[in-house]
Design a protein around this ligand. Structure first.
Ligand code: BTN
Length: 323
């Protein structure tokens, strides 16, 4: 670890409190001058660090810069997010994570970027990912699961994000089948899971769980502005991205450990904003009305058609019709 990372780690661990230059230089085994240089570099990267005579250095709240040092103090997991790669810019964190997974990256490695130039959404859509305005992250997992159960990972992640957003923002978070998290009636997060198959065993070699959370409204493009919201808007105050990333990892690992028992399903159904509502189903070029009845053991949406028959939807999209 570089001196800069070590200094940042200690400042993050003592966020809001001063740490003396002497204490830093002693614990890191470097000169005070080296500590000062590290502080200057961190300031150059945008960290707001107060320096007071006789008290030392204090990391202030501004900036909201994503770093593994900033996430670590809030992390309670054993695997998820214990190794983190943070980038300023990538095309898509899912692409980056798939590349790393193909090269043998371990279960739990988290790829985060401040900005994505080609963020991907479901059904071939793009995901708007401007710098500083969101959390764009992809978690590599190596599940012992048959490929057809990969959809359960997405549903489990939706529950984890909903719980984390609700815990930190105070706003009730709902899930719109399959993978969208809503707050205040608008989309706050989308999830895209991509799987890598082992051709011999036909089982999952890895899955990449891509999570995109709107943290500020940034400059939502016009087509998104009316239907999207952010953590800032829902909470009515700034929430640190590092804190929220850690909270999602904590909740996701907890849910993931119980994935086989599908223990997340009751919560997934409880948080559904679709079940019990009249919906429009979009299946390729086909669109039809239905009533969403429930979600089954495989996280499929069970809908009742106007002729009274029931149908299980594996994937695709529904929109809720107004009451
Ligand atoms: C959707 O709303 O359709 C899914 C959006 C998923 C976006 C996230 S952002 C991090 C990860 N990288 C991507 O390219 N996509 C996912």
């Amino acid at each position: 670890m570089s001196v800069k990372s070590e200094v940042l780690k200690q400042l993050e661990q003592n966020r809001g409190e001063s740490v003396s230059g002497g204490a830093l230089s002693m614990s890191l085994g470097v000169s005070r001058n080296a500590v000062w240089k590290a502080i200057s570099k961190l300031r150059g990267e945008g960290y707001e660090i107060e320096a007071a005579t006789n008290r030392g250095y204090r990391l202030l709240d501004g900036g909201d810069i994503i770093s593994s040092e900033g996430i670590a103090p809030y992390l309670k997991t054993e695997f998820f997010g214990r190794e983190i790669k943070v980038f300023n810019e990538v095309d898509s964190t899912n692409n980056k994570a798939r590349l790393l997974a193909g090269e043998g990256a371990s279960h739990g490695l988290l790829v985060i970027s401040d900005r994505q130039t080609a963020g991907k959404g479901r059904l071939g859509r793009s995901f708007y990912s401007p710098a500083g305005a969101g959390i764009y992250m992809s978690l590599i997992i190596r599940p012992e699961l048959p490929a057809e159960q990969a959809v359960l990972i997405t549903s489990c992640a939706a529950v984890a994000v909903a719980e984390a957003v609700e815990a930190l923002s105070g706003a009730e978070a709902k899930i719109k089948w399959v993978n969208d998290v809503f707050a205040g009636g608008k989309k706050i997060c989308g999830i895209l899971t991509e799987a890598g198959m082992n051709a011999e065993t036909c089982r999952l070699d890895y899955a990449v769980v891509g999570i995109g959370i709107n943290v500020t409204n940034g400059a939502f493009p016009p087509e998104v502005a009316g239907v999207a919201t952010s953590v800032l808007e829902q909470a009515g105050k700034k929430i640190s991205r590092n804190r929220l990333i850690a909270e999602v990892m904590n909740r996701l690992e907890e849910q993931y450990l119980k994935l086989r028992e599908k223990a997340f399903l009751p919560e997934y159904i409880r948080r559904s904003c679709v079940v019990g509502r009249d919906v429009t189903v979009y299946e390729g070029n086909n669109t039809y009305p239905a009533r969403a009845v429930t979600i089954d053991e495989s996280a499929r949406l069970i809908v009742k058609l106007p002729d009274g028959t029931q149908k299980a939807l594996n994937s695709g999209e529904v929109s809720v019709r107004p009451l």
